[in-house]
Each structure stands twice: as C-alpha cells, then as structure tokens.
Design a protein around this ligand. Structure first.
Ligand code: SF4
Ligand code: SF4
Length: 668
C-alpha cells in the first residue's frame, strides 16, 4: 500500500478525508447503537443463568461449531456456501480495516519490511474474494430459483447478499483502477485488480479517477450500511452466533433447571412474560438465522401439529422487540398489564405439541435451545395459569398419590418381580447395582416383559443387582416435561432421599427417560449417582464375555433410536452392539437414525396425551422404519416400544413385524 494509493481519491481533499470518513462512521455507529443498545439492556437485565462453567469444553465447541461450521456441513452444499462466506468474511475483515486506515491516515504507508506479507495477503485476499463471490452467487440462485421451503425468503436476506457483492466488486475495482492509474505499482499479487487494469487503462484518465474514488466510497459506505443493518434483523446473528455457541450447553444434561419455590420475590413461576426468560434464552432469540433447519426435522411440524420451532423463535423475537420498552421502563411507569404471551403470542397447543425430542437443537447451526424454553413456558401455563390438557390432570393426581402416571396402586409396584427371585435393596448388604425399573417396567404389561428380559440378562451375566420395590417412585420425568415442576420437585426429592438413606450409588435403568432424570437432573437434588443404561451395561458384559449369546434374532432387524438415549445422552453405539450380537449382523439403519433419528411421539409427556391434531408421529416414524422392510424393529426405550407397537396395530401389521427392546432380541 503506497502513499499514491492512500491518496487515490480526488473527490475529497486529503485533509478532509478523515473528517468525512469519521462523520460517516459516527452516523453508522449511531444507527447501530440505537438498535443494539435496547437489546443489550434487555440481555443485561434478564434473569440470570450459569453458563460460564467448563470453559475448555465451551471453547472446543466454539471452534468446532462456530469457526469450523461443522453443523452447517450436515447439508453439504448450503454448508459450503455459508462456510465460504463466513471464512471469507473473517479474512476480509483485515481488508476492511485497511480501507478505513487508508481513509483515516492518507499520508501513512505500510513499512517496506511488510511488503512481502502484504503481497501474500493480497494474493490470498483475491482468492477469497473470488470464492465468496461464487458462494454469494449460489446463495442468490438458491433464494431466487431453488427457493427451499424451509428458508424464510426475506428482502433483508437479499439486501445483505447484494451488499456483500458490492463490497467484493468495489474492492476489485479499487485495486484495478489504482493499477490502471499507477501501472508501475501494479502487481500480479493482486491478480483480480491486475488482470482488470489492462482493459481499464483504455478509459480516459478522468473516468479512472472517478472509478477509483467511487470504488473506495462505495466500499466503505457498503460496510457502514451493513453495520447499521446488523441489529435490525436476523443478521444480528453475525454478531451473536459465536457467543451463543460458546454459552450453549456443552454436552448432554442441564436442559431443564430447578426452580426456586422458596423465592418469595417471585409472583409467578415458569415463564409467563417474555421478560422472564433468562439472558441465554434471549440471546437465542437474537441469534436465529431463520434457516429453517429446525423445522425440517421437527416431528410435530411434520405430523401437522401447530408447532414450528423456527416460527416460535421468530414470534418470541418479534414479541421481545415490541415489549422492550415495557421491559426497560421503570416498574412504576409500566402499563398495568403486559400483553399475554401464553395463549396470545404463543398458543397453548403449540407448546403441548412438542415432544422435547431435541431434534431441532441438534440441527441448529447456532446452537439455539428449544426444550428448556418450551418447558419454561409450559411451567408458566401449569404453575401460574393452572392451564393444561385434561389428560394431564389425572396423570398429575396419580403421580402425586400413587407415584406413577397411570394410577396403579403404589403397593403393586414390585408385583412384576414376584416370581423372579430378585432381591430388594438392603442397605446393610447392598448389591453392586440398583435396578431402577421405572413406571413402565413396573406397571405396563408390555413394559414388564422388557423388565423381565433385562433382569434375566443381568442374572445370566452374574451381575449383582436388586430393586427398590415399593420404595421406588416415578422419577418425575413426565411431570417435569409437562411443566409441573412442583410435582417433579416432590417426586425427585423423595427418590433422592431414598437413594441417600439406602446408600445407593450405581443404578441401572432400561428407560432412557429415567436415565436422563436420574443422571442429569437428580444431582440438583443431592443425588449423585453413577447411572448406566442397560444397553451400555449389556454391551460391556458382552465384550467381557460375561453374557451368553442369545439365539440369533433372525430376519431383518432395523434399529430405532430413542431421543432421550441418543440426542439427550449421546448413547448410540451400545444398543447397536447388543442388537448386532443378537442378530448376527449389524442392524439396518434408516435415513433418519442416530442423532437424526425421528421421535416416536412419546417424549415430553406426550405419551399421556391423545394425539388429536394431525397425523400420529408414531405412524410416521413406523413408515420410515418400514422402508427397511424389517422383520423386527429393535429399540432401547420401553416408550418407543409401546408407541411403535400401537402404530403396527393401527396398520394391521402386528403379526408381520415385531418391536423388541434390545434385551429381548433373540429371546422367546
Ligand atoms: S424438541 Fe422436537 S418436537 Fe419439540 S420443537 Fe424441537 S424438534 Fe419439534
Ligand atoms: S432456530 Fe436454528 S435451525 Fe431453527 S431457524 Fe433458527 S437458526 Fe435455523
């Protein structure tokens, strides 16, 4: 960068260049601050949430997800397009800084010692400009021609793409005009400008001067205009997505946190007003890019329920914007009542439609979280407004009085094991493991068969285990997912106290919902347990040669992932290893499997609800699995077994295809 380049424009006298550019910057920053400041204030004043633990894990996730853009590559073409623009953007930040340095310090050139570095950067920069231009071209083609259904095709998106193109083109024209005006300074290290300089040198000198000047001011003006747009729409994510990824949950667990019922300053429980979300919830709203990847995988939306995760975020974000003056106003000056969030902005049925399967969260490229927000809103409905589906009323009563959601007598909880010779937990002579059977295994006739198969496998492998019998109670998972945190608190506290009193340390469970609660949610209640899913234990026992081989299951076996074992607890391989051992060959996989597996529809306490709207999620999932033409559907969750068996019955396929827990594979 030489002085001639710095003083290349003649539209503004050199002495005025910093003043004019400074004025433009102040205007742009003023517009930026006017829109960004209220957002920052609402974030700063929002409810607290601890998101600073495990900094190394967070940093690793940020590098992988934000900088390497790994989640975007789940869709290779769109991923490459976005990644090129993002990576190019990072490299071109330096070039933008150079443009502003030229304007502010026209008489200052780079030290000669940096010439080599500058040349190398120029070469790399031109490569980046070409790649980003290609990516922007594809983005325009995708928006204008391909028009994927999941995308929100807004004018804002087009404007941003056009601005990026303007920034790229003005950069190249600035270089080219400079090279044409000062041939001695032209270098092949700026190949784009260098190759255009020849044709441009045919222009009259006056036109070249205007081109050079125009390219400069177009470049800096486009950047400044871009900055003013950022906080005004979804492109705010350019600033918020890296922090949003950093502050996202590192790994499984922590999706839902305990409420403080002792806090007397709280007039409401759960989220009833947008201002009651935590700062991370609000940061999520500012970060959504409206890409629609969450919608594309949501089983509720696909089956015709009134829930679109993307729309939920957009509605909450718009509501936050309109409510910001109310939130920021001093308490005395606030209008008496704030507009209804629950039942107004967000319909009750939208919230009850969610299975908390977490597919949306796994797909979101900027780590926006849904399950915690939806449960927060359900808590608002249940705890503050006392409003929930009628099926839940009975389930809540049963959980409270009988410790299970179906109302079976509490004292029949151990009946399933009456003739199985399974010892009850004795705190004076504890076994290595406690087998936490769960309500499904204890009471449901189909679930009992799974519990029997698990117990038989454990016995066959010589595992020392016992059960709590009638001292076991529901973990509270359905109550918590249904928004009844008060009831969950009671159930979890009771179980945690039992574990403590009886000295329980190691727990086996075959229900992924029990696993999730006991492992990830009970530590907040003082129960720090080593919890293992039966699939993990059986896989380990097989490797150790302790589990006698089952008879080959025979036929074609397809595997269905449980959301709460897979996405919520990152357990994918062990159930497959068990299924493989039983089947002799690896189980078949369908397109939607592992962390892209589709929900059976039972999660989020939805197994308690009649599915009255749209298609049944279990039917859709069954259709996906039937594509593999299986004889057996293998899974590792008793609720998935129930849902898929019901779907088979409804389709008159009960005798043709069977659903088996992995513990039952190869057994009569
Ligand atoms: S958690 Fe599952 S059901 Fe709920 S919004 Fe996300 S994808 Fe849809
Ligand atoms: S929540 Fe995530 S996946 Fe869904 S539209 Fe927003 S950015 Fe895309």
């Amino acid at each position: 960068m030489d002085e001639a380049e710095n003083r290349a424009w003649d539209w503004v006298p050199a002495a005025w260049q910093p003043v004019v550019l400074g004025g433009l910057c102040l205007v742009a920053l003023g517009f930026f601050a006017a829109a960004a400041w209220p957002k920052l204030r609402t974030l700063a004043g929002a409810r607290p949430e601890q998101r600073c633990d495990r900094p190394l894990a967070r940093l690793k996730d940020t590098i992988r997800i934000a900088f390497l853009q790994t989640r975007l590559f789940r869709e290779p073409r769109a991923g490459l397009m976005h990644a090129l623009i993002f990576w190019g953007f990072l490299i071109l930040l330096l070039r933008a800084a150079q443009f502003f340095a030229i304007g502010f310090f026209p008489a200052v050139g780079l030290p000669a010692a940096l010439d080599g570095l500058y040349g190398a950067y120029g070469l790399a920069k031109d490569g980046v400009v070409a790649l980003v231009a290609l990516a922007v071209g594809y983005a325009l083609y995708r928006r204008l021609k391909l028009r994927p259904a999941r995308l929100t095709l807004s004018g804002e998106g087009l404007l941003i793409l056009v601005l990026i193109l303007l920034i790229l083109i003005s950069d190249v024209l600035f270089e080219a005009a400079h090279a044409a005006r000062h041939p001695a300074a032209a270098t092949w290290l700026n190949p784009l400008g260098w190759s255009l300089a020849g044709p441009l040198s045919a222009l009259p000198p006056g036109a070249l001067v205007h081109l050079h000047n125009g390219a400069y001011w177009a470049h800096v003006s486009a950047i400044l205009f871009f900055i003013t747009l950022l906080p005004r729409g979804k492109h705010f994510h350019i600033l918020t997505s890296i922090p949003n990824v950093y502050f996202s949950r590192p790994g499984p667990g922590g999706t839902v946190r305990r409420l403080d019922f002792e806090d007397e300053t709280q007039e409401t429980f759960g989220v009833t007003h947008i201002g009651e979300f935590t700062w991370k919830n609000l940061l999520d709203l500012h970060t959504c890019t409206e890409c629609g990847r969450c919608d594309a995988v949501c089983p509720a939306l696909a089956s015709g329920k009134p829930l679109s995760p993307k729309q939920l975020t957009v509605d909450l974000r718009n509501h936050l914007k309109s409510e910001t003056p109310w939130i920021l106003a001093p308490e005395k000056q606030r209008a008496e009542t704030a507009p209804e969030l629950l039942g107004g902005v967000i319909g009750d049925e939208t919230l009850w439609s969610c299975t908390t399967c977490g597919a949306c969260e796994t797909e979101c490229p900027v780590m926006i979280e849904y399950v915690g927000k939806i449960i927060g809103l359900r808590r608002g409905l249940v705890l503050t407004h006392d409003r929930y589906p009628e099926e839940f009323a009975q389930a809540f009563r049963s959980l409270e009085t009988q410790g299970n959601p179906w109302g079976f007598p509490r004292d029949t909880r151990a009946d399933w094991a009456a003739n199985l010779n399974i010892p009850l937990w004795d705190k004076d002579r504890p076994t290595e493991y406690l087998y936490f059977v769960g309500c499904n295994g204890a009471f449901d006739s189909r679930g009992r068969k799974i519990a029997e198969a698990v117990a038989a496998s454990l016995k066959a492998a010589g595992v020392e285990f016992s059960i709590l019998g009638t001292d076991e109670g529901c973990t509270g998972d359905p109550a918590r997912r249904a928004g009844n945190e008060y009831l969950f608190e009671q159930l979890a506290s009771q179980n945690a106290q039992t574990f403590q009193e009886k000295g329980v340390r190691k727990v086996i469970t075959h229900c992924p919902h029990c696993l999730n609660s006991l492992k990830n949610e009970y530590p907040e209640f003082g129960a720090s347990l080593e919890v293992i899913h039966h699939s993990e234990l059986l896989a380990r026992l097989m490797k150790e040669g302790r589990l006698p081989g089952a008879e080959a299951a025979g036929g074609r076996v397809v595997f269905h992932d449980s959301c709460y074992l897979g996405r919520h607890n990152d357990v994918y391989d062990p159930p497959r290893e068990v299924a493989r051992a039983a089947g002799g060959t690896p189980a078949l996989e369908v397109e939607h499997s592992r962390d892209r597996g589709s929900c059976c529809g039972a999660g989020g306490a939805r197994f308690l609800l009649e599915e009255k709207v749209g298609e049944r999620m279990s039917h859709r999932r069954l259709d996906e699995l039937l594509d593999a033409r299986p004889d057996t559907i293998a899974t590792s969750c008793p609720f998935c077994v129930l849902m898929l068996e019901d779907a088979l019955k409804a389709k008159n396929l009960s005798g043709k295809v069977q659903v088996r827990d992995i513990a039952e594979l190869g057994r009569k």
